[in-house]
Ligand binder design. Sequence first.
Ligand code: NI
Length: 181
Amino acid sequence: MTTPNHSHTNILKMGEPLLITPSRPVDLSDLATLTPTIELMKQAMAEYQGVGIAAPQVNINKRIIMFGFDHNPRYPNEKPVPFTILINPTYEPLTNEIVAGWEGCLSIPGIRGSVPRFKSIRYQGYDLLGNLISSTAHDFHARVVQHECDHVNGFLFPQRMTDFRQFGFEEVLWKKIHMLE
Ligand code: NI
């Protein structure tokens, strides 16, 4: 991976207290002040090739997430997810169906784990103009939304795992991850 030498965004790594702290709700009358935070999150997501990111990962204690990609080298087999910014995000399962799938996290670099998640969800949140967004997501799209919502609730993906035999370094697991997909 090449990174621009003129700027490096700092991503908090697992162990930082902010990553296990529920983030503060955003006051919807303050949306106009969020631009620097949104830009920082976009820059970090691009620099580290994330499929999503949450504000606490860039050291901002606010309930803001973003996700989406056309093609991502860290998840090369996954279908595109539309780029979305959500303020004060929430989700609920649409069915009880749980599926296991491989996840990584920019706050846990180089590590992957198989995480059980709801297959289909409805998610809600606000866009930067204060409009309510309510939509459904399935499969990897739903997985990413659940992962990012977890961040603003103070959870990292290992806390959602049930089988730590499916956990390790991505350089070791890479072939296995592909064969399962
Ligand atoms: Ni993450």
